[in-house]
Design a binder for this molecule. Structure first.
Ligand code: MN
Ligand code: MN
Length: 356
């Protein structure tokens, strides 16, 4: 059965052959991450039998309640990636500061950032969850990385990927040569290439947004969604479907599989916040994957991969998917940009009330 199938290991070795001079260390790191993902998939699959459901009675740096499985998954990522001498630093959604690598392990040339368990509020309801990871080059290889070392624009990522723990477990990743999906063969415990060269169609007829925030949306977003909802009777001239899983990994996976656009835009709910999703280990890796699949990823105003982060756990507005839709949403932001960007109280201003 395996003779005509490509394993993740085989795929990575063949990719590396096309880059003479590559040391193979990146491949080793990716394969270590794949082991963490397999272990997390097992824990997730045991569900209530594994005694890992429910909350851990602690909160993370974002003030969110940690689920037990958040902590288990974080530990699995750390254990599989800390020992190999491949990384100079590790940043996790669950850790306020970069992880302090144990003294006994050598420091490597890569930086690893991850969300060990994305969509963890979905675990208890048995809906797909995932892990997201991003790999950068360490500016100072061989020595402990500082937080500042991680503050690189996403365009410098050398690898980004996610695992999705759904009815089947998959890893989807890019090393800058397209996006490729691997399905876990549970008997062998091997990821097998099942989705080579994934592409996102430029046009879409599905959009994903949390509509309960609609009263806080900026005019550009409100206009875009209103036009989708108006369907064939509106300016778009065709009907749209809406989806919302509230799990970033499930959303990106759906969009890679059958197209569409996702929006978690900036809104006026909490004007201090630029958005909800975290730049380093959610938006950047997803943006790299989306662009490699032919889509676009934006804040509505800026290409995500161009942003130089200010801090490890920075949040941003995040809009990604079908290129024509993202371009349109960016255009709407430009159309409505002059006042709102500089008026903190604009939600109360008549100008925008009348445009509702
Ligand atoms: Mn997440
Ligand atoms: Mn998480």
């Amino acid at each position: 059965m395996l003779t005509d199938r490509t394993t993740l290991t085989q795929f990575l070795i063949e990719e590396r052959r096309r880059h003479p001079g590559a040391s193979g260390e990146l491949n080793s790191l990716i394969l270590d991450i794949a082991i963490a993902c397999k272990a997390i998939a097992k824990r997730v699959a045991y569900g209530a039998l594994g005694d890992v459901l429910g909350s851990a009675a602690t909160t993370n740096v974002q003030g969110e309640t940690q689920q037990k499985l958040d902590l288990v998954a974080n530990d699995l990522f750390l254990r599989t990636s800390e020992w190999g001498g491949l990384v100079a630093g590790i940043v996790s959604e669950e850790l306020e500061e970069p992880y302090a690598l144990p003294e006994r392990y050598p420091r490597g040339k890569y930086l690893l950032a991850f969300d060990p368990l994305d969509g963890s509020s979905n675990i208890d309801v048995n809906v797909a969850v995932g892990s997201i990871f991003s790999i950068l080059r360490a500016p100072r290889p061989g020595v402990d990385a500082t937080a500042e070392d991680f503050l690189q624009p996403g365009s410098r990522q050398v690898c980004a990927g996610y695992a999705i723990y759904g009815p089947s477990t998959m890893i989807v990743l890019t090393v800058g040569t397209g996006v490729h999906g691997f399905t876990l063969e549970p008997q062998l415990g091997e990821f097998i290439l099942t989705h080579p060269s994934i592409g996102i169609p430029a046009a879409a007829s599905e959009f994903a947004i949390n509509a309960s925030n609609s009263r806080f949306w900026e005019p550009a977003v409100k206009r875009y969604v209103d036009e989708c909802v108006a369907g064939s009777t509106g300016p778009r001239g065709k009907d749209y479907n809406m989806r919302w899983v509230a799990s970033l990994v499930a959303e990106i996976h759906r969009i890679l599989t059958r197209g569409g656009v996702f929006l978690y835009p900036r809104d006026t709910k909490d004007p201090e916040k630029q958005g909800r999703l975290r730049l380093l280990y959610e938006a950047n890796p997803v943006a790299f994957i989306v662009e490699q699949a032919g889509g676009l990823a934006s804040t509505g105003r800026t290409r995500v991969l161009d942003i130089t982060p200010d801090e490890l756990h920075q949040r941003i507005a995040f809009i990604f998917g079908a290129s024509e839709e993202v371009e349109r949403i960016e255009q709407y932001h430009r159309d409505h940009s002059t006042v709102e960007d500089y008026a903190p109280l604009y939600g109360n201003r008549g100008l925008f009330r009348t445009s509702d």
